[in-house]
Design a protein around this ligand. Structure first.
Ligand code: SF4
Length: 364
């Protein structure tokens, strides 16, 4: 499951449901919630679908980036000891991709317990059947070979709804596979607002142009789980080695054979990361004027050029681990403050604010 991956810039995106976005008003910045599950390092699929756009969106929106460590446990509950390192890697990947902590709030989900509280409240409005039929849950369960589902795994969309709603995000940049999660959130929020009081914001989904990047093996999705990815932190030699593994048009034996770029994964990568070249490549490949080895070399260079500034920023932050910790601490403190305010409103609306006191959520 991929968190809130894969987005796009505003102009190249389809915004679904954004007409109901409630908190953005004239003169006020809209708010975006995006993020990742810390289950390992991020790869090119995350970059093209989401990270590159986060860096752009942070200029325009009040951007919240969740490191969803509790959700990582839905599939990795038997290996919690890896979380600490994975959280750091996700933070580094985001910073390397150009996220500016002065503009965006990067925070750790489990250190904002109000999100879990909101997820518990939301779980009252969601039927088990609707979760079972969630396409992302179904495909992820099939991919992992789950026959019986853990409660936490099945409830993942409810937890995501709380991630989005706690900060009243207007928009959620997502890949196509996560649109059902945003729709689920909209239904939950609508139900809450109708039942109690219009406290929460129905978010819109911002779907990226590159909704999904193929894996190196031609699988429809690049995924660390499927071991068909190029990681953002891979050194240049590893990028080249991995690109040599990418599947091409199987009909091409000789460099002069006419090719079919539409069935070639290398071509899809050129389209995603080397757009100007992809146009002439289409013609040259069909005419048998370029061989696959040369084509992959061009791709390797383009991807390494793209990743070079990310490597430099990453190395810079790796030299200052205390700064990364401060960024996470400060981001989490801001997120928590907002979450506490939202939960106070939620509890008041539901009339479960028994002993309201300054600074608390309304609980004991
Ligand atoms: S030349 Fe490039 S686009 Fe054409 S089949 Fe080979 S790798 Fe694919």
């Amino acid at each position: 499951m991929s968190g809130f991956h894969n987005s796009s810039n505003k102009s190249a995106s389809r915004a679904a449901g954004a007409e109901t976005a409630g908190s953005k008003s004239a003169g006020k910045k809209g708010r975006i919630l995006t993020g990742d599950r810390p289950t390992g390092k991020l790869h090119l699929g995350h970059y093209s679908g989401s990270l590159a756009n986060r860096a752009r969106l942070q200029e325009e929106y009040d951007t919240f980036i969740i490191i969803a460590d509790m959700q990582a446990l839905t599939t990795n509950f038997d290996r919690p000891e890896r979380l600490k390192e994975d959280v750091l890697q996700i933070a580094l990947d985001n910073l390397a991709a150009g996220i500016d902590p002065r503009k965006a709030t990067i925070f750790i989900q489990s250190l904002v317990p109000e999100i879990a509280e909101l997820a518990m409240i939301f779980s009252m409005f969601v039927t088990v059947n609707s979760l079972r039929h969630n396409p992302t849950i179904k495909s992820e369960a099939a991919e992992r070979g789950y026959r019986d589902l853990m409660y936490g795994f099945l409830g993942y969309p409810v937890s995501q709804a709380a991630d989005i709603a706690f900060c009243k995000a207007d928009l959620v940049p997502v890949g196509e596979d996560n649109v059902p999660h945003v729709e689920q959130t909209r239904r939950i929020v609508r139900r809450f607002n109708e039942l109690y009081r219009p406290v929460l914001v129905e978010p819109g989904a911002l779907v990226g142009e590159v909704g999904r990047l193929e894996g190196l093996d031609g699988n429809a999705k690049m995924s660390k789980h499927l071991n068909n990815a190029i990681f953002l932190s891979d050194p240049p030699g590893e990028v080249e080695r991995r690109i040599n593994m990418v599947v091409t048009d199987p009909a091409r034996i000789h460099p002069t054979d006419p090719g079919h770029p539409e069935v070639c994964t290398v071509y899809s990568y050129h389209q995603a990361f080397n757009k100007p070249f992809s146009e002439e490549l289409d013609e040259n490949c069909r005419a048998g004027r370029i061989g696959c080895v040369a084509c992959k070399k061009r791709l390797g260079k383009a991807i390494n050029d793209l990743l070079e500034p990310l490597r430099a920023r990453r190395a810079e932050y790796e030299r200052r681990p205390g700064d990364v910790e401060d960024i996470l601490r400060e981001g989490t403190a801001r997120a928590r403050e907002i979450a506490m305010a939202t939960l106070r409103e939620v509890r008041e609306a539901m009339q479960i604010d028994y002993f309201t006191f300054q600074g608390g959520t309304g609980a004991f």
